[in-house]
Ligand binder design. Sequence first.
Ligand code: GDP
Ligand code: ZN
Length: 319
Amino acid sequence: MSREERKLRKHFEEKAKRERRLAKKFSRQRPGASKSAPAGQITEIGPGYCDVMTGSQRIRCRPTPDLAIGDHVLFSLERRRVEEVLPRRTVLSRTDPHNARVQRVIAANVDVVVVVVSLKNPPLRPGLIDRYLIAIGKSGAAPLLCVNKIDLMSSDEELDALQPYQDLGIEVLLCSAATGEGLEILSATLAGKTCVFTGHSGVGKSSLLNALDQRLDLETNPVSSVNEKGRHTTTSSAMYELSNGARVIDTPGIREFGLWNISRTEIARYFDEFNVHRCNFSDCTHTHEPFCAVKTAVESGDIPIARYQVYLRIVSSLA
Ligand code: GDP
Ligand code: ZN
């Protein structure tokens, strides 16, 4: 595990501890939030309803406005409504397109975000991967880079582009939904976890899910140059269980996850390990400025070069 990862893990462990403490306090403060109210997980949200899964039962309830798929809740069986949303372990969110200060929750309590990419057809887009990683980094979930369509690979050198992610300590899996290569490892990695699959359209997300569990029978589409955003017209979010016990969340928001505009302040927040190094200018962008403490830290190896390169790529994509 890299220093980076240890730091992140420690951060999230502390965050989880804080949340558990808060939850305890909260439940003490609100005796009315019935101790006997049954608990369950939100497995579907649609217009005006949500489904709460408790044991093997699925109960349709009235949702609360701030509810997200994956939420653990207390609910009232008599009133058929959600009474309380329990603290979230992880939160996938995106900035509201109309108000950059508002965060919209896409899904809660996700363990792994599987970023599916392909090397060819469609080609690899490292800039897109960086954006996904930023958004995942904020969420508390673990990223998994799943490189699909390796049956189309003609030489090992095509994998060189993935080296920076491996250097960052991100798990990279090579697989092919077409030949089945790597699927056992993918299945074992996800077993029992709550995950989402994201990535550019045409990389093979549906094909991979179908290969992991034939019962799904998701529609797959040949790669086309047409903008396919309109293809998914469903407005509801759902969670379904694969035969390996993995729970996969599918929501409309996840399809655009990572694709929105990231502001400079968000980037600074994500690369907060840069902030311990005091640059000459307080508004230093760590690119061209003289006496930049971040660049010095990169040179001395205090900040991993791969991490700095990701930063530079994102900053230049914003320029
Ligand atoms: P999605 O948009 O990410 O869900 O992608 P799809 O699952 O719909 O797949 C897009 C296209 O890529 C389809 O024509 C699939 O048959 C094809 N495809 C998916 N996985 C593979 C693979 O591993 N190898 C090859 N050669 N083609 C694949
Ligand atoms: Zn600097």
